[in-house]
Ligand binder design. Structure first.
Ligand SMILES: [Zn+2]
Length: 313
């Protein structure tokens, strides 16, 4: 007999620190140390991310792309896949830990070992398209997890909520023709990567993009969720919610200007827990995407996972 589920499981791995970017690059290993400090006092269960099997990557990416990334990894120094997506000797292993972590997190939640989970991994994933690394991302971590829930665990409806300040063009690309996944994103526009207009709906009308203007703050964000995203989630009745948790909409972030506050991440996480409680037995797995001001990242991830833990009890 297994015991009652724990509230939250947090997956991470020291290998995710060995993805090293050049000095001054915003997606740096210190981000993960800030996240670890933010989570240090939370009474969560902690586990190491296993390495993803190749088959996990192949849920969303062609074998030729995985082989290309594998071949490109340098034995020393750096290789640039595009202007800002950099490989160091540890990058592939780090990315495989991030994907393996989210796979293990969804497995733990589906097995009833925990109500919800958070994956503190890097590099992030939501900009990686089918055969294109971009925007600091190699593999579409959250899209791969959605496919695992559908094709391995047999679920019928999975929602992905992406509150990173940048549009999750990769997640959208990987799931464009996937009617079983509602992909809902808020993001600043105009901003990198340039996609994410409301007209981009997916092959089955299952993609919901809600752009926010630079300089708007908490009220605009809460209205977007209250009036658009949360009603769509409620109508979709997801059996599981995945979150692309980027914290770069915080007002201190150097890459964007949406001016969200730490308390906004608590508010939003509570609302997503409400949807998960109503339709998905509370099941949520969240994974780290962006967030480049280290104190803001530390404080924001602490309230995000703090709410998950509190609501998972
Ligand atoms: Zn971002």
């Amino acid at each position: 007999m297994k015991g009652p589920p724990v509230a939250s499981i947090v997956f991470s791995h020291p290998d995710c620190l060995t993805h090293v970017t050049p000095p001054g690059h915003p997606e740096c290993a210190e981000r993960l140390e800030a996240v670890a400090q933010g989570l240090a006092r939370l009474p969560v269960t902690r586990r190491d991310c296993p390495l993803a099997e190749d088959a996990e990557i192949l849920r969303c990416h062609p074998a030729a792309y995985l082989a290309k990334v594998r071949r490109a990894v340098p034995s020393e120094g750096w290789v640039a896949l595009d202007g800002d997506t950099i490989l160091s000797p540890g990058s592939l292993t780090a990315a495989l830990r991030a994907v393996g972590g989210i796979a293990a997190a969804v497995d733990a939640v589906m097995a009833g070992e925990a109500v919800n989970g958070f994956v503190a991994g890097r590099p992030p994933g939501h900009h990686a398209e089918t055969a294109t690394a971009m925007g600091f991302c190699l593999f579409g971590t959250v899209a791969i997890a959605a496919k695992r829930l559908l094709d391995h665990h047999g679920l019928s409806r999975v929602a992905i909520v992406d509150f990173d300040v940048h549009h999750g063009n990769g997640t959208q690309d990987l799931l464009w023709d996937e009617p079983r996944v509602l992909f809902a994103s808020t993001h600043q526009m105009p901003l990198y990567p340039g996609t994410g207009s409301a007209q981009e709906r997916g092959a089955h009308g299952q993609i919901l993009n809600h752009a926010l203007r630079a300089g708007t703050g908490s009220a605009a964000m809460r209205a977007a969720y209250d009036q658009h995203i949360l009603p769509a989630l409620d109508a979709f009745r997801p059996e599981f919610i995945l979150i692309s948790a980027g914290f770069d909409a915080h007002e201190a972030d150097p890459l964007a200007a949406l001016n969200w506050q730490v308390e906004d991440y608590a508010w939003l996480t509570r609302r997503l827990c409400d949807i998960a409680d109503a339709h998905a037995l509370g099941r949520i797995v969240s994974t780290l995407e962006g967030g480049y001001d280290l104190p803001a990242l530390q404080a924001s991830v602490a309230v995000h996972v703090g709410v998950l833990e509190e609501r998972g009890r």
